[in-house]
Ligand binder design. Sequence first.
Ligand code: C2E
Ligand code: CA
Ligand code: CA
Length: 707
Amino acid sequence: MSSDNNRNIGLSDIIRMLENNVTFTQAADSVLECITDSMDICDAVVMQIDRESDTMHVISETGNCFKDESGTVKRSEFVLCSDAIKITYEGNADTAQKGLLDRLGVKLSITVPILINNVKAMYLIVLSNDVQAVSDNKIKEYISDMALVLHGIAQSKVINNSLISSYDVLQKILDNIGSGIIVCSRYSGNILFENEMAANVQEVRDTIRECLEDVFTCEDVHRNIGASMERYNTESGLWFEVRFSELEWIDGSEVIVVTAVDITQKKKNQQKIEYQAHNDFLTGLYNRMKCEVDLRKVIRRTEKAGLKGAVLFIDLDDFKHINDGLGHQYGDILLQQIAAGLTGIPGLRGHCYRMGGDEFVIIVEPEIFGDLNNIIGNITALFNKPWYLMETEYFCTMSMGVAVFPDNSVDVHEITRMADVAMYEAKRSGKNGYTYYSSKVENSTAKRLDIENNMRQAVSTGIDEFVVFYQPVVDVNTQMCTSCEALVRWDSKALGFMGPGEFIPLAEYLGLITSIGDYVLEEACRRCKLWNDNGYPDFYINVNLSVVQLLQKNVVENIKRILDKTGVNPKNIVLEITESFAINDMQRVMDIITGLKKLGPRIALDDFGTGYSSLNYIKQLPLDIIKVDKTFIDDIVEDDYAQAFIKLIVDLSKTIGTKIVVEGVEHKEQFELLKSLGVDYIQGYYFGKPVPANIFEEKNLEGRLGE
Ligand code: C2E
Ligand code: CA
Ligand code: CA
């Protein structure tokens, strides 16, 4: 009875002990102690099976029965094939066991396997001399209870251990996962767990915390659960995708898991794609698509705020011909330089767009609208300077149209069209300038479209609507008409009579100038030959060549073809080139001029004084004649500077062997003055306006024809 009592006390001690955090060995020691206290035991042991080495280790033991003179007995001998409790005593032992029992001097052995996770892991072995115990079921029960206790302890330790170790593994995985993870309480926001990255990598830590703050300060926290947000960390320059999800935590509480993944690369790729969709690959400016998107936004914003903004539409003058003539690589560099120049103007960075080809658009936002005049001034100034391409100076001017929103329109397409229309008006009124959109401009656009259609038709159906007028050029000293200039007019059946100012720019723009120019040259050559053959062998005719014509690849052959076809003496033809051609790539200009001169004609530089060329520059060109522009003559009588300029040109022309023609002379005083300054030739209303060939003949050659 007393031993029963002992057993119960022992058990409750053990159970109490289990509540404390004891090691398994401590628990096994107590169990064995309890067993030896409650029965006549000579030895008890808890052994662990080591499957790898196929041996057993002692975890805890009492008594010394296992020790014989020869040393430690192989305890495994007791546990052979013991699947359940095995009781071995003299009565049931096999020979081998009997020998062992004898050797140890014990009467009874009880072996109980302890399973962990359903696998035999340990044995509790009890040896006793109390043979009575064999028939005492209580003892058997007691021993197996004890084994169960050990099993319980071991199993709970294993579960704990594996939890701890799986938690460790998990932590390691989470630390190496490459994103930041934070677990926080659903309600308080208190952080319950954070991985290495979330704890120690500054930008991840900051980003997550910022997002958490946002989420917890917003009213409906729920809305953000399952959502993800993209955050940019300015300090590191990295992008993160931060996600929120809900989870039941180990302790059953509701938590929020926040993960922050570095998406910088993805973002960069995205930006690259977006960049490609919205940017012009050549110039790096935004493209037409982006222009539309931005303009829509800006107009809406401007209208709302009751402010104003503007669209500037820029088209380069004669770019196509520079491009075709110099090669695309030069054209491309020029476009890049222009793009850089535009974005360099204060207030324009980020507001310049390349619409395609040589067209640019600038959106003037309401914030800088007050500065519109300055901006226009800056753009104009940009194009009044040469561009440098491969160490050569090029002039490339532009024409610009300005449309104001909301005044002109609030529709993206309409306002762009209006700026375009105004741009064309600027082109029409002489290029290298700008025009504001107005109803007048709109009307002239309607007219322009009309002209455009009619001109195409006129050019394609025989070109005879175009007529050539001739204006006398007079030798200052003899006051004889020694030559004339061929000037084209368009006598349109549909639109009436037009001067070249009204249709030449459009003809250049539409690429029709070459057909018209060829026609004028051919007419002039025929006329010249006729006059040469009829008493004026030295009379010559000046013919204008447009820059567009001159930059045509086959310009020299084309002119040769016309000269040959008409049979004119090429020496009696003067080809007039303008400064705007002469200031292109020097080498190219030289090549063309020398090519033309080889055919026989002389070369005149037209409109001198209106452009950019310096005297130094002029000196390098093989020119025969310089034609000084009318603007220098208008005030020549009063203007000392203009007089000095003419004198300078006259002197220069003597040293380089060119003749001077002064255009636009309308009054006697002008003529007298120019004569005194040593000018060679005069062209102007004073001596005669441009007139049709027959009238010219009558006025200037009649009576002398056939002399
Ligand atoms: P431009 O080559 O400078 O021709 C001289 C212009 O000045 C002519 O105008 C002529 O009528 C005008 N003019 C001459 N003397 C006087 C004067 O005393 N007072 C005033 N107010 N004007 C005078 P037009 O015929 O209207 O031609 C204008 C421009 O059109 C020409 O300027 C030339 O650049 C261009 N053009 C004319 N015909 C042709 C052509 O066949 N081909 C090309 N490419 N351009 C042409
Ligand atoms: Ca001319
Ligand atoms: Ca001229």
